[in-house]
Every structure is written in structure tokens, then in C-alpha cells.
Design a protein. Structure first.
Length: 174
């Protein structure tokens, strides 16, 4: 018996889908929840707009986004050129964006040095909070430590009044 086609107005929760099909979705939700929890534990405010998605987000407002870049067969750091058994874990590679306002000039005047430094203090804080919390992202659905992760943090150039701090993270999908 064929299943009815999915429509744009339907949600995956509207169908009797096998729960195993939601492992990646749940992984993405856990990563976003972890970002929020880490920032709350450090007392650092986050933008109110928070979501996860597939692909790169538009960096056009203050927001927190967990963005899936790819999934590959094997542990974080395994080489794609090495043969893997199909029963190996899957690794998700994501970018976690924390995007905040950044000063722009007006009337052909550049932003002041102080306004740039003040805005950069947010980027430095975001970089350090994400760095200090890396182990929190490598946990299974029960909070137990995972097998390890690969992570780097990059400050993106400001564009259009927004600057993003980006954590590139590779973790096992549970």
C-alpha cells in the first residue's frame, strides 16, 4: 500500500513514521537545547530567535542557529577516503551560529572604534562560551559523554550590521 504524498502544510508528526527516522531531528534539537543551556549557565544572554535547519542560514538578524552541513559514515575525524563498515556510527557536521548586531557607519562615516570594540566584546564572549562548553555538545540523549568531537570556532566578518560567531562541530548522531 502506497503512502500518501507529504504536503507543505503537513508536519512529520502528522504521520505514523518510525521513530528511528527522527534520530537526526532529535540530535539537532539537543544541540540547540545545549547551546541555550550553556549560555544560561554562564549568565550570557542569547538572541530570542533560535532554531535549527538544514543548510546555511541567512545572517540577517540577531539569532542562534544550528545548521546541518553534512552527515558521514564513521566517527568524528575519520577520513572519507578510508573504507567504513556500514554499521559504523554516523557523524553530523553542524555550524552553530550566534549572530549579533554590529555597528555600521552612516553618512559616509565609519563606525567608531569604541562601538566596534563594544560589539566585538560580544563576539569574544560568544567564542569563549562556546569553546568552554565543547564537551557539553558531545553527549548522548541521556547526558552521558560521547566518543569525542571535532570543533573549531570562527568569527565571521561583519556584514549588513550583523556579525556571527560560528562553532563548527562534528559529533556522533545518537
Amino acid at each position: 500500500m502506497a503512502l500518501p504524498p507529504a504536503t507543505i502544510n503537513k508536519k512529520v508528526s502528522d504521520y505514523a513514521i518510525n521513530p528511528d527516522a527522527f534520530e537526526l531531528k532529535e540530535h539537532m534539537e539537543r544541540l540547540l537545547e545545549t547551546v541555550v543551556a550553556v549560555y544560561e549557565s554562564m549568565g550570557v544572554p542569547l538572541p530570542a530567535r533560535r532554531y535549527w535547519m538544514i543548510g546555511d542560514p541567512a545572517e540577517d538578524c540577531e539569532q542562534v542557529v544550528v545548521s546541518l552541513l553534512q552527515i558521514y559514515l564513521g566517527m568524528p575525524g575519520d577520513q572519507a577516503s578510508e573504507i567504513q563498515n556500514c554499521n559504523q556510527p554516523a557523524t553530523a557536521v553542524v555550524n552553530i551560529y550566534v549572530s549579533r548586531n554590529f555597528p555600521v557607519g552612516n553618512d559616509a562615516k565609519p563606525p567608531t572604534e569604541k562601538s566596534i570594540t563594544d560589539a566585538s566584546a560580544w563576539s569574544a564572549t560568544d567564542s569563549w562560551v562556546l569553546f568552554k562548553a565543547m564537551k557539553e555538545f558531545d553527549k548522548d540523549e541521556h547526558g552521558f559523554p560521547g566518543p569525542g568531537a571535532i570543533a573549531t570556532i570562527t568569527g565571521r566578518p561583519p556584514r549588513g550590521g550583523i556579525q556571527s560567531t560560528v562553532l563548527n562541530l562534528s559529533t556522533v548522531v545518537y
